[in-house]
Write a protein that binds this ligand. Structure first.
Ligand SMILES: *Cc1c(COP(=O)(O)O)cnc(C)c1O
Length: 459
C-alpha cells in the first residue's frame, strides 16, 4: 500500500464502507479518467463498468463541460434563486428540461443530489395534497429494497432495512410493499407476466389496508438499481398506473439512474410505459461532472403547488449557475451526438446480446438479464440454487473483477454492470472478455472454497 492509499483512510470516512476494514485493506486512489477508462495512482488502467456510480454517462474527460464550468464561474460563480432572483444558466437548463421531457412536464425544482431530490419530492407531494384540499393524504408507499438516497427522507422512502436500523427510520407515514423481483419471489410455474400483475396488486392491497384517502403517492424506480437490478415484468408498471389512477394516488418515478438515456429512452418511464405525476433525477443529468438533481412536476401537480402559497423549502444551491451550465452542456451533448437514440437502436441491443452470450454458459451464473445499458447476473451454487451466503459470494466475485482492473458492482449475489452510454462495441468486447476471464477465475479459485465451506457447515 502506498502512502497515498493509507492517507486516504486517515481522515476521510468513506460512505457505504466498513471503515475499520478499509484501514487495513487500503483503497485505490483514482487519479484521472478518459472515456470509459479510469487510472489509479499505481499506474493501473481500469475499465469503469459502473460509470462511476451510474452517472458518468458521456464518459470521462469531456473538456466541453470543464470549459462551460470555467466560463460560468468566471462570469457568475454563484447566486441564489430565493429572493426574486434567477440566473441565465438555470433558466436555460429549466427550458432544456421542459424540452427533453414529454409535454406534460414543465416545472422543475432544483437540488444538489438524488437524495435531496427524494426529500424534496416528499415535501412537494404533501404540500400538493394540502394545497388541493386533501391534507389527510400523507402516506407515501415505497418498496422494500428500493433505493432513494441516504438523507432521512430518502432513506425512509427507500426499503433498505440495514439503513433504517442505523438511523431509527423510517419517518412517519412512509410504508413499503414487496418488490417485483420475479427470480426471488415467483411461485413454481408462474409466468413473469402473471407475477408482474400480482406484484402490482400488492400496491392495491396496501392502499386498501391504510385507506385510499390517506395515500399520497407511490414511489419507485423503474428498474431497482442499487437493490440489485430488479427489472419488473412488462405487466407491472401499466397495472401500477391503473391502480394509482383508480385510487387517486400520485405516481413518483425515481429516475436518478434510469433518467437521461440509461434504458434507451430519455426516461425509464418511457421504456416501461407509464406516466408519472412527479419524477426525481440526478446522476446522469450532469454525467456526474457536477452535483445536481431535481424534481420534475407534471402540469397537474405544478398547478396544485402553484396555488399553495409560498413554498417553504429550498437549498442554497438550488439552481446553482455552475452546475446548471454543466448540466445544460451535458444535455446538449446527449442531443447533438444522439446518444439516447444510439443506445436504443445500436449499442444497448449489442451490449445485451453480448452480455447473454458471455455469461449464460457459465455453470455458476444465473438470471442473466438487462435493459438498455444496465445488466446483471447472479453468481450461484448451481442454476436456480443460490449460495448459502449469497452476499459473500457476490462480494468475492466482484473483488476478482476489481483485481483484474474491471469495475463491476455486487449487490447480494448480483454482479452489476452499467457502463458509460458512449462505450463502443470494441470496448464492450474488451470489457466482456475481461469479465469472462474474471468469472472463470472465480469459478476455478473461489467456488471450490465456498462449496467446501458449505459442506462443512452442513455436517
Ligand atoms: C443514487 C440514487 C439516489 C441518491 O442520489 P445521491 O446523489 O447519491 O444522493 C436516489 N435514487 C436513486 C434511484 C439512486 O440510484
Amino acid at each position: 500500500m502506498t502512502q497515498l492509499n493509507k492517507a486516504a483512510m486517515q481522515h476521510n470516512l468513506h460512505p457505504f464502507s466498513n471503515n475499520q476494514e478499509l484501514i487495513d485493506k487500503g483503497v485505490r486512489v483514482i487519479e484521472r479518467g478518459e472515456g470509459i477508462y479510469i487510472y489509479d495512482t499505481d499506474g493501473n488502467k481500469i475499465i469503469d463498468g459502473m460509470s462511476g456510480l451510474w452517472c458518468t454517462n458521456i464518459g470521462y474527460g469531456r473538456t466541453e463541460l470543464s470549459d462551460v464550468a470555467k466560463a460560468q464561474m468566471d462570469k457568475l460563480a454563484y447566486y441564489n434563486t430565493f429572493f426574486q432572483t434567477s440566473n441565465t444558466a438555470v433558466i436555460a437548463l429549466a427550458n432544456k428540461l421542459a424540452e427533453v421531457t414529454p409535454s406534460q412536464y414543465n416545472h422543475v425544482f432544483f437540488t444538489g443530489s438524488g437524495s435531496e431530490s427524494c426529500d424534496s419530492m416528499i415535501r412537494l407531494v404533501r404540500h400538493y395534497w394540502r394545497s388541493v384540499g386533501k391534507p389527510q393524504k400523507k402516506i407515501l408507499i415505497g418498496r422494500w429494497n428500493g433505493y432513494h438516497g441516504s438523507t432521512i427522507g430518502g432513506t425512509s422512502m427507500g426499503g433498505m432495512k440495514s439503513m433504517h436500523e442505523q438511523g431509527d427510520l423510517p419517518i412517519a407515514n412512509i410504508t413499503h410493499i414487496e418488490q417485483p423481483a420475479y427470480y426471488e419471489l415467483h411461485e413454481a410455474g408462474e409466468t413473469p407476466e402473471a407475477f408482474g400483475l400480482k406484484a402490482a396488486n400488492w400496491l392495491e392491497e396496501k392502499i386498501l389496508e391504510v385507506g385510499a384517502d390517506n395515500v399520497a403517492a407511490f414511489v419507485a424506480e423503474p428498474i431497482q438499481g442499487a437493490g440489485g437490478v430488479i427489472i419488473p415484468p412488462s405487466t407491472y408498471w401499466p397495472r401500477i398506473q391503473e391502480i394509482c389512477r383508480q385510487y387517486d394516488v400520485l405516481i413518483v418515478s425515481d429516475e436518478v439512474i434510469c433518467g437521461f438515456g440509461r434504458t434507451g429512452n430519455w426516461f425509464g418511464f418511457e421504456t416501461f410505459g407509464f406516466e408519472p405525476d412527479i419524477f426525481t433525477f440526478a446522476k446522469g443529468v450532469t454525467s456526474g461532472y457536477q452535483p445536481l438533481g431535481g424534481v420534475m412536476l407534471s402540469d397537474r401537480v405544478a398547478a396544485g403547488v402553484l396555488q399553495g402559497g409560498e413554498l417553504q423549502h429550498g437549498f442554497t444551491y438550488s439552481g446553482h449557475p455552475v452546475t446548471s451550465a454543466v448540466a445544460l452542456k451535458n444535455l446538449e451533448i446527449l442531443q447533438e451526438e444522439q446518444i439516447v437514440e444510439r443506445v436504443r437502436d445500436d449499442i444497448a441491443p449489442y451490449f445485451q446480446q453480448r452480455w447473454q452470450e458471455t455469461f449464460a454458459p457459465f455453470a455458476h451464473a444465473d438470471d442473466v438479464r438487462g435493459c438498455g445499458m444496465i445488466a446483471s447476473f447472479k453468481v450461484v451454487k448451481a442454476k436456480g440454487e443460490p449460495f448459502s451466503d449469497p452476499a459473500r459470494a457476490g462480494s468475492l466475485c466482484k473483488d476478482i473483477f476489481f483485481g483484474n482492473n474491471l469495475i463491476f458492482r455486487s449487490t447480494v449475489d448480483n454482479i452489476i454492470c452499467a457502463p458509460p452510454l458512449v462505450i463502443t462495441k470494441a470496448e464492450i468486447d474488451e470489457m466482456l472478455a475481461l469479465a469472462a476471464k474474471s468469472l472463470a477465475e472465480f469459478e476455478q479459485n473461489v467456488v471450490p472454497t465456498l462449496l467446501a465451506e458449505e459442506a462443512a457447515t452442513a455436517k
